[in-house]
Unconditional design. Sequence first.
Length: 535
Amino acid sequence: MGHREIYMAAPHMIDRLSILLVLLGVVSSRPSSSMLQGMNLPHMTWDVEEVSGKSFDYIIVGGGTAGCPLASTLSMKFSVLLVERGGSPYENPLVIEKKYYGLSLLETDYFSSLSQRFVSADGVSNLRGRVLGGSSAINGGFYSRASREFVERSGWDQEMVEKAYEWVESRVVFQPALTPWQTTTQFGLLQAGILPYNGYSLEHVEGTKIGGSIFDKSGIRHTSADLLRGGNPENVTVLLNATVKNIVFRNSSGGNETWATGISFIRSDQSTEETFEAFLNMANDSTAPQGDIILAAGAIGSPTILLLSGVGPPKHLEKFDIPVIVNLTGVGRDMKDSPCISLLADSRPMERPADPPQVTGIASDLKFVIEAGILPISFNTTLIPVAGKLAFPVSKGRLKLNSTDPRENPSVKFNYLNKEQDLRQCVEMVELLQRVVSSQAVTIFLGVEHKKGIMSGQEELSSFCKKNVRTFYHYHGGCPVGSVVDSDYRVHGVKGLRVVDGSTFLESPGTNPMATLMMLGRYQGMKILQERKSA
Ligand SMILES: Cc1cc2nc3c(=O)[nH]c(=O)nc-3n(C[C@H](O)[C@H](O)[C@H](O)COP(=O)(O)OP(=O)(O)OC[C@H]3O[C@@H](n4cnc5c(N)ncnc54)[C@H](O)[C@@H]3O)c2cc1C
Ligand SMILES: *[C@@H]1O[C@H](CO)[C@@H](O)[C@H](O)[C@H]1NC(C)=O
Ligand SMILES: *[C@@H]1O[C@H](CO)[C@@H](O)[C@H](O)[C@H]1NC(C)=O
Ligand SMILES: *[C@@H]1O[C@H](CO)[C@@H](O)[C@H](O)[C@H]1NC(C)=O
Ligand SMILES: *[C@@H]1O[C@H](CO)[C@@H](O)[C@H](O)[C@H]1NC(C)=O
Ligand SMILES: *[C@@H]1O[C@H](CO)[C@@H](O)[C@H](O)[C@H]1NC(C)=O
Ligand SMILES: *[C@@H]1O[C@H](CO)[C@@H](O)[C@H](O)[C@H]1NC(C)=O
Ligand SMILES: *[C@@H]1O[C@H](CO)[C@@H](O)[C@H](O)[C@H]1NC(C)=O
Ligand SMILES: *[C@@H]1O[C@H](CO)[C@@H](O)[C@H](O)[C@H]1NC(C)=O
């Protein structure tokens, strides 16, 4: 029994970070002009009054992984407002510096920390980014493209997808220099039989490979916010520290159509009482706006905003007295998260430098993805979890409102391992993880620190899976293509409203999703520019 309990990196081992924050003298996240000079970033403001009542060609809600490249792309031809509930990532060492990787995940508060914690109704603790750059500002920075098959199934144009990936990669992606632990992981994966060896590759292919990283050679993170430099910064206004509450709708003059014409927002640090509005440019009161409100608030944020705006299942909206604008029962459905199992390779907390994953093992027909970083569990201690995810879970769940305050988390249930197929695969994956942990490479690297408890048998392994399932942070769904948005990512039943982020995925890109979400922002932006040109 003993090894099972200590196998997991338990959440209660996480210390408070206050001491660290004092030690670091963490500055406010207000960027100084010196640092931002010459970066060619768009105008950023915290002043809601500056934006209140103004009109723009496009309004993007959520300055995250997909939202930033989308804003940048649309700004080449149009004026864009990008609204982000968090602050700026620039000059915040917890975002920017690789040596502090993982610390921003430890200390969370309700309304202002970089990471917002949420606990799914399954009891699994999870995180979402709350800062310009979104989850790309708090994540492991591992960059890997989706497979061609995924792109095909998504119905995207292969050539445009290729160009969009390249646009992203030339700006924020770097080939990592392997750390000693990542070199060890690479050998451990190969010794566990995850073959062939593919060297450095951005492609999602079976075997062991080194992926790309958004940390550069000097250990500086390049979040999606850096992609704002790629467009026409003069045509983007970034409003920070403002939380969008709902979309503002209007009936067409004939009364037969509903148009999204604006957004309503609050200051992120205030109560919901004082609200402000911004609008889409309207050429003419009797024709629909040509631009769109585009939600890019992530898999938790975007369905929440639709529900708060009255777009969703009527029965659920009635419980919160929200008037129904569109009866769209798919909103909040098809929420999925890859079940993750993480086995500790070391036996006790140590003081090692944090080490985000640079290497991955992709096994069993792309079903399993395995990585091993060195993660802080307090400001001076780390653990080494060898973590595997099921890439294609069939279990799915639902997101529902829990409050009408847009800053609060909704309630989410993923139903991890509910379906027999997922549980069977989990058992198979734990066997593989054990082979990695007990590989010769890992054993030699960790020496006396090494821990290898071997579990076996269907029953022991399934119960281990059920007790220890956690997240790989690759959750998605809530506004799936088909039931909520069409193939152009327009929300059904209204004009002028789209969703472009992880909430639209029906399945995960198999690999880590960040690359595909950065690409999707660029890709959908290019699609819209093309559409407008031919109109
Ligand atoms: C801890 C962690 C580690 C991860 N590691 C990796 C990794 O190494 N590699 C990888 O590929 N993927 C990784 N992922 C997954 C990946 O980062 C996410 O899938 C991806 O970033 C999600 O992108 P998104 O655009 O859908 O949402 P986000 O990037 O989360 O963007 C949503 C944005 O909208 C804002 N927002 C939300 N609601 C509102 C509102 N009401 N008003 C205004 N703004 C709002 C949020 O603050 C946020 O900035 C990780 C995720 C986490 C959490
Ligand atoms: C900004 O967008 C407007 C459209 O609203 C366009 O007319 C203008 O040329 C753009 N400005 C620049 C500097 O590209
Ligand atoms: C913006 O939000 C961040 C993060 O919550 C906070 O640190 C910062 O002080 C806020 N800035 C302003 C001007 O409110
Ligand atoms: C639009 O029209 C419907 C029915 O005619 C009405 O109930 C609704 O309040 C109107 N919506 C707006 C935003 O004016
Ligand atoms: C609504 O009416 C307008 C003007 O009569 C027409 O152009 C448009 O196609 C109609 N829309 C729908 C959804 O029926
Ligand atoms: C608005 O558009 C309608 C339909 O295209 C047109 O008949 C009308 O003249 C336009 N009004 C203005 C003020 O431009
Ligand atoms: C909403 O739509 C669903 C199916 O599309 C339908 O079954 C239901 O009756 C509708 N509800 C209302 C209140 O119109
Ligand atoms: C971490 O810091 C605390 C407080 O300064 C100290 O007591 C502890 O020994 C340190 N742990 C390690 C592993 O260095
Ligand atoms: C839902 O709201 C209640 C009351 O405000 C709170 O106690 C609970 O923790 C919330 N649930 C979630 C999942 O946030």
